[in-house]
Design a binder for this molecule. Structure first.
Ligand code: SF4
Length: 824
């Protein structure tokens, strides 16, 4: 059923229709959310008994329903208050911000007049300064008729947009009802994943899905969610990725759907990082500096209208529209999120602490479905999002150049950092809590710099600003500090006390992001997290904090054991102390195997040092074999050159680092890659930080070794090994070189379809070269589009629909899947 009304919050209405003038993102210190809430409470507590706070109001204008909560209303005085908290001089609040605040006050004024049958009202815009707790009230007396006119004018401006949204929504839903799978048939395992995704959406549950590479996971998740969108009244689908290539896959998948069914009406937007979209990286985001910020809101309606005429807004198309209308492409993309049905962007946009998509979802009460691509990356990415550090040398440097007014608090912070660092004998130490003296000095610096910035200084030292942001982050994470995080101090040297104080780094280090991510999962109708490597699933469920009723799906591999010859080489240890001794054996093993089965190979090692040593040893012993080695900090061109050496039917060995750029997310089908040597168990380095994480995870999850070392390590092995077999036509070899691969607890974590044999480095039965060469069938293309086209050839029926799927359980019981409810 298409919606017949469009509901909008007062704030959203005003931000859409009442903003004027320049985009101005000059840094103005604003109160934190906590301070804002406290400020509102303080104001309310100063009012008399007839004052009512947080009054829910709603009204309509044709198809538009406008609703919100007025900050304060006193019936006996006919007084409506709109409270705004700020920091610093009231006069420094930009006039266009004040105009927006007045617009909000007047919209609330109209809704209150209507709701309470008033003919006039006194509006008071109360600015509350956080530091001094002083109020600056601005007052206007308005008749109900005047307020209605403001309401009508803003609604009229919004209505055109809202009506188009409603029309599009009806057309979108009608077109999606007849959406069909774009290929003749599903690939093995693809249907299972698609059905489970559909069921998860219809049941409003989350799904953790492990599905092998090559089954078309992107299409298997986007297609069912689009299919489910009309009946589940989904407003938006967010496709979130860890890296750029994932975004391209999602955009390609929607392109394929459109080409197979031109009548479908789905709007798509790609969000990229500010650094990528910015046209003037040397300028600041305000009208006085950047020409694309000048008059941004005055030009926005036309730019928005032009962008809305397209079906897909990629980085390139958005840029074109934005430049034609002389507005910033990055901020135009944020405005267009409201317009889109599918938003493709980085994890940050939904999971970070101030994430745009999550904020909009909450504010607009959207029903959203979230797809998390390559979800194994989310654990580390989320840990980084909820960690903060503070470097002693930055505090010292800023102290030396700080304005006089800031020297006191920054000096206090410097002393607090010094005391911690000098008093610590060990190079690394974790503390039970963030010391109170440090917390107090951090808060003082935060308040003092805020005051300073609020005076509108002509120029701000970038180092001071950097310290300020570090401090804000530290304070914010310090307030939520708990067993999910560590507070630690590390130093790079054991030198004297003065040196220790200089090179110390203080860190709030998130270990378990679950408490931060839980509300993100709760805000969505469904979240589907998928990857080829999500084992063991309880590790990901615990670390990410997915809801208790999250379903677990393991899609069986479409590949067969005879496609991959897996050898565990049991007489080599790649432990740190044994590496030197391992080089000759590894080199001999590789040469022997390569001699009997030549082709392109990747050889993975635990570090650059180890890879370089192995590369040199091999090159010295076997100079006739073409070899090339990954270098530290390769740029895009160098990475492409490394991969370009893997030509069809070529021969040679590329040495690389496990967990690096060539161990995940690269596609070398057919004879471009016939095997891999993995000379490491992939375990993260044993160091004081990891040992502390292990201790903490022992306490909180009961499996410190698994959660810190084993599971992340084996995941990297499986990802790297996954480069060898990309299609059902591929055949290849995999050598797992370390005695520990033979342990049952390690074997258990390796893919069930691998048939492993154990051998020694000098007795691995040579394999016929003909076996290596013969079965490869060259792929049409290496990228996403190629993979999807290949699927069209494979498929034989295009009539798949989900009509028969019963929403009994989000876990699939279809053949080709193992499904259980997660014990998370
Ligand atoms: S173009 Fe760059 S500097 Fe200008 S407003 Fe956009 S992001 Fe800011």
């Amino acid at each position: 059923m298409p919606p017949i009304q469009y509901t909008v919050a007062v704030r959203e209405l005003c931000e859409f229709a009442a903003k004027q003038g320049d985009l101005d993102l000059r840094f103005t210190p604003s109160p934190t959310a906590e301070e804002g809430r406290a400020g509102h409470k303080t104001v309310a507590s100063r009012r008399g008994p007839s004052h009512r706070a947080e009054v829910a109001v709603a009204g309509a204008f044709r198809e538009l329903v406008v609703r919100g909560r007025a900050d304060g209303f006193d019936d006996s005085k006919g007084l409506l208050e709109e409270v705004k908290t700020h920091r610093g001089d009231f006069e420094l609040i930009p006039s266009n911000h004040r105009a927006l605040h007045w617009a909000q006050a007047k919209i609330y004024g109209h809704l209150v007049c209507q709701q309470f049958g008033l003919s006039k009202l006194t509006l008071s815009l109360v600015y509350f300064e956080i530091g001094s707790e002083c109020e600056t009230p601005l007052t206007e007396h308005c008749t109900a008729d005047e307020l209605r006119q403001v309401f009508d004018a803003l609604c009229m401006r919004f209505l055109d947009w809202a009506q188009r949204q409603l029309e599009h929504r009806a057309a979108r839903d009608a077109s999606l009802l007849s959406l069909q799978f774009p290929h003749a048939a599903f690939r093995t395992g693809q249907r299972t994943l698609a059905e489970s995704t559909f069921r998860a959406a219809t049941l409003g549950r989350c799904l953790l899905a492990q599905a092998p590479t090559g089954i078309g996971k992107t299409m298997a998740t986007i297609f069912p969610l689009l299919k489910a969108a009309p009946q589940e009244r989904l407003d938006k689908i967010f496709f979130l990725t860890a890296k750029g290539p994932g975004r391209a896959l999602a955009l390609d998948a929607i392109d394929v759907l459109r080409r197979s069914r031109p009548s479908i009406s789905v709007r798509v937007i790609e969000l990229v990082a500010r650094e990528t979209a910015c046209e003037h990286p040397d300028k600041a985001c305000h009208g006085g500096s950047c020409p694309l910020a000048k008059g941004f809101y005055d030009k926005l309606a036309r730019a928005r209208g032009a962008a809305a005429g397209l079906e897909t807004l990629t980085r390139e198309t958005l840029r074109k529209v934005a430049l034609e209308h002389e507005v910033c492409p990055y901020y135009l993309s944020q405005e267009m999120v409201r317009w889109a049905d599918v938003v493709v962007g980085d994890y940050n946009y939904y999971f970070d602490s101030a994430a745009l998509l999550h904020g909009m979802t909450r504010a607009s009460e959207w029903r959203v479905a979230v797809l998390v691509d390559e979800a194994h990356n989310l654990v580390d990415r989320a840990r980084a999002m909820y960690s903060a550090d503070l470097e002693a040398h930055v505090v010292r440097a800023v102290f030396k150049t700080a304005p006089v007014a800031l020297r006191g608090p920054i000096g206090k912070l410097k002393r607090a950092v010094d005391t911690l660092a000098k008093g610590q004998e060990d190079a690394y130490k974790a503390y039970e809590e963030v010391p109170q003296r440090l917390t107090a000095s951090l808060k003082d610096v935060s308040a003092a710099v805020s005051e300073h910035l609020a005076t509108g200084p002509d120029a701000v030292d970038p180092d001071l600003l950097r310290l300020y942001f570090d401090v804000l982050r530290f304070v914010s994470l310090g307030e939520s500090f708990s067993t999910h995080s560590l507070f630690d101090v590390s130093r790079s040297s054991q030198a004297g006390k003065a040196r220790r104080a200089r090179d110390a780094t203080l860190c709030i280090r998130n270990v378990t992001p679950a408490p931060f991510l839980r509300p993100r999962f709760a805000s969505a109708q469904t979240v589907v997290l998928f990857s080829a490597t999500l084992s063991p699933h309880h590790f990901y469920a615990d670390a990410l904090g997915v809801p208790d009723d999250t379903a677990w799906l393991e899609v069986e591999s479409p590949f067969t054991p005879d496609q991959l010859d897996v050898r565990i080489v049991s007489d080599v240890s790649t432990r740190f102390n044994h590496r030197q001794r391992s080089l000759a054996k590894i080199s001999r093993l590789m040469a022997t195997h390569y001699g009997s089965a030549p082709g392109n190979y990747l050889a993975f090692f635990s570090s650059f040092d180890y890879a370089e040593q192995a590369f040199e040893e091999f090159n010295r012993q076997h100079p006739a074999v073409p070899v090339w080695c990954q270098q530290r900090r390769m740029d895009g061109k160098e990475r492409a050159a490394f991969l370009a050496r893997f030509v069809h039917d070529g021969s040679g060995i590329g040495f690389a680092v496990l967990g690096g750029a060539f161990a995940e997310g690269i596609d070398l089908p057919g004879s471009r890659l016939v095997g891999a040597f993995v000379a490491t168990l992939g375990l993260p380095q044993v160091n004081p930080v990891n040992e502390e994480m292990k201790r903490r995870l022992d306490l909180t999850a009961g499996d410190g070794y698994g959660y810190t070392y084993l599971y992340p390590g084996i995941r990297k092995i499986v990802q790297a090994a996954g480069r060898v077999i990309r299609t059902s036509d591929d055949r290849g070899h995999l050598f797992l070189i370390d005695d520990r691969f033979g342990r049952p607890e390690v074997k258990r974590l390796l893919p069930a379809w691998w048939r492993m044999q154990t051998c020694t480095s000098d007795a691995c039965r040579p394999i016929s070269p003909s076996r290596t060469r013969q079965p490869y069938a060259a792929s049409e293309g290496d990228g996403a589009a190629g993979a999807l086209q290949a699927s069209e050839v494979l498929c034989s029926s295009s009539t798949m629909s989900f009509d028969s799927v019963t929403p009994s359980d989000a876990s699939s019981s279809a053949p080709g899947a193992k499904a259980t409810n997660s014990p998370a």
